[in-house]
Structure formats: C-alpha cells, structure tokens
Design a protein around this ligand. Structure first.
Ligand code: 8IG
Length: 269
C-alpha cells in the first residue's frame, strides 16, 4: 500500500485543499464522476472555470483505460453553485486496491460536496433495455463483496441511491427506467452462465465501477445519484461478442441526451 493510502481520509482532505487552491473556490457543492462514454456529456455543462489533470492532486494514480480522461473540471452552475466533474475514474480491476477507487469521491466530499453523481457505462441484463438507454440505479449487488471501508464502520445502505435524487431526475425525464446494478470485478466480462445467474439474483445491469464509490461517499455522509448508460447487451443476451469500441461508440451516440439531462438536473439537486 502506498504511503498516501495509509490515511485515505487525510489524503482526500489534502486533495480537497489543493482543489480549493487551484480553483480559488473555498468549496464545491456537487460532484460528478463521468465514466467511459460519458466524458463528452460533460461538455453540455458549459465552459468550465478550471480544468487540470487529477495527477496534480495527491492520491490520484494516472489513468490507464482508453476513453477515461483523468481530468478534473470545476464549473459554476446556473444556480450559482460549484460543481466538480471528474472525467474518468480508477477501477478496482486496475489492481491498486480500493483506496484509489474511492479517492475521487472522498476528495469531493471533503471539498464540500453533499451530493455525488456517479455515471457509468454498463451491460444490460434486463432484456427490456436497449443499447443507448440510460437507467437510474436504485440498488446494487456487490459480486466483488469488496468494501472501500476498513474497520468497524457499519454503514447503513438501505437508501444508498437516494430516492429524493432519483425523483428529481424522473421529474425531468419520466421515461427513465430504474434498475439493480451488479458490481463485477472484471476486467474480463461475464460468461453467459454468470449473466443468467445475475438475472436470477434480480439484477438488471452489470458493470465494473460505481459501487465502491457510492459506499465510500455515503459513509462520509453524501447522498448518491447513479446513472448507468446501457452500452451493450450483457454476454449471451444477443449472441454477439462484447468489445470496448462498441461501448465508446454507444456512449458518444447518447452523449447529447445525457449531457442535457445532467445540465438540467444538477442545479436542482
Ligand atoms: I460498458 O457487459 C460495460 N461494462 N461487467 N459487463 C461488465 N461490465 C461492463 C459491461 C458488461 N459493459
């Protein structure tokens, strides 16, 4: 474990202070984590006041995945509040442990953010879902069973994905579906048999992110909104093979809709 990660909360506090210094903003109010396929959606939020590499802050490893940017933007929203937007994230499958995975949201909470919006691209298990469709996460199943928390931190996850925040988004777009997201370690995708198992467990969506960040941010008192973009049918659903290029293309195609939705919703959270 790197020295920075022995004290994850202390490192997040240092990173939050560095954000305040770089942006000249004492605090931020809301943070977004943009997953693969979502990065161009951030452009709908207007012109950021600041943009810099996350590696300028303590505790952030360099990004490793195509389509994951590793940049942090600060925006001033139409209601006067300040938003932090992370373009890209660190995943559990990168093998660095949970601390760097949880670091962005911990930093955001320490920077003042009370609401955290997590976005991702994922596979659709529910056969009603179409590629390019956004789905609000209403609950999760952790098939990694790995928590970002260490020690006797018995956090309640009954309302992890805030009903209040989901309602604000549904008021904006009543056509949005809600689903249960499975966290799969990856980086290999599932087998068709694993997808059938997940469907039997009550899952609608499967991906390799979001869950540890939601838990870590909620443990620090933040409210969570999580939105998945279905970028492929999960393994075995259509008989087609899965590939990362398809994911990026589906994300690009849906970026305008997602960006406009986020731009409308953020000032209302
Ligand atoms: I995008 O089908 C994307 N991410 N585990 N399975 C898992 N993660 C994903 C998938 C998928 N599609």
């Amino acid at each position: 474990m790197s020295k920075l990660y022995k004290d994850p909360i202390g490192t997040a506090e240092k990173a939050a202070k560095a954000i305040a210094k770089i942006t000249g903003k004492e605090k931020h109010d809301v943070a977004l984590v943009m997953g693969s396929g979502w990065i161009s959606a951030a452009d709908a939020l207007g012109t950021p006041t600041h943009e810099f590499a996350v590696t300028e802050l303590p505790g952030f490893p360099a990004p490793t995945v195509a389509g994951h940017g590793g940049k942090l933007r600060s925006y001033r929203l139409s209601n006067g509040s300040n938003a932090l937007v992370f373009l890209g994230r660190t995943h559990f499958y990168e093998g660095l442990g949970m601390e760097p995975v949880a670091h962005a949201v911990r930093t955001a909470v320490k920077a003042g953010c009370k609401n955290i919006v997590l976005t991702n691209a994922c596979g659709g298990i529910n056969t009603d879902y179409k590629v390019g469709q956004p789905v609000l996460i209403k609950d999760h199943i952790s098939l990694t069973a790995a928590s970002p928390l260490i020690g006797a931190d018995f956090v309640d996850l009954t309302d992890l994905y805030s009903k209040r925040l989901r309602q604000i988004v549904k008021d904006e777009d009543p056509s949005l579906a809600e689903g249960v997201y499975v966290h799969w370690r990856g980086p290999s995708y599932e087998t068709p048999a694993e997808i059938r198992m997940m469907r039997g467990l009550g899952a609608d969506l499967v991906g390799m992110s979001t869950v540890p960040e939601a838990i870590a941010a909620h443990a620090l008192g933040a409210q969570i909104l999580a939105i998945s973009l279905v970028t492929n049918a999960a393994a075995g659903v259509t008989g087609e093979k899965l590939n990362h290029a398809e994911v990026i293309a589906a994300g690009k195609a849906a970026a305008d809709r997602m960006g406009n939705l986020l731009a409308k919703v953020l000032p209302k959270l």
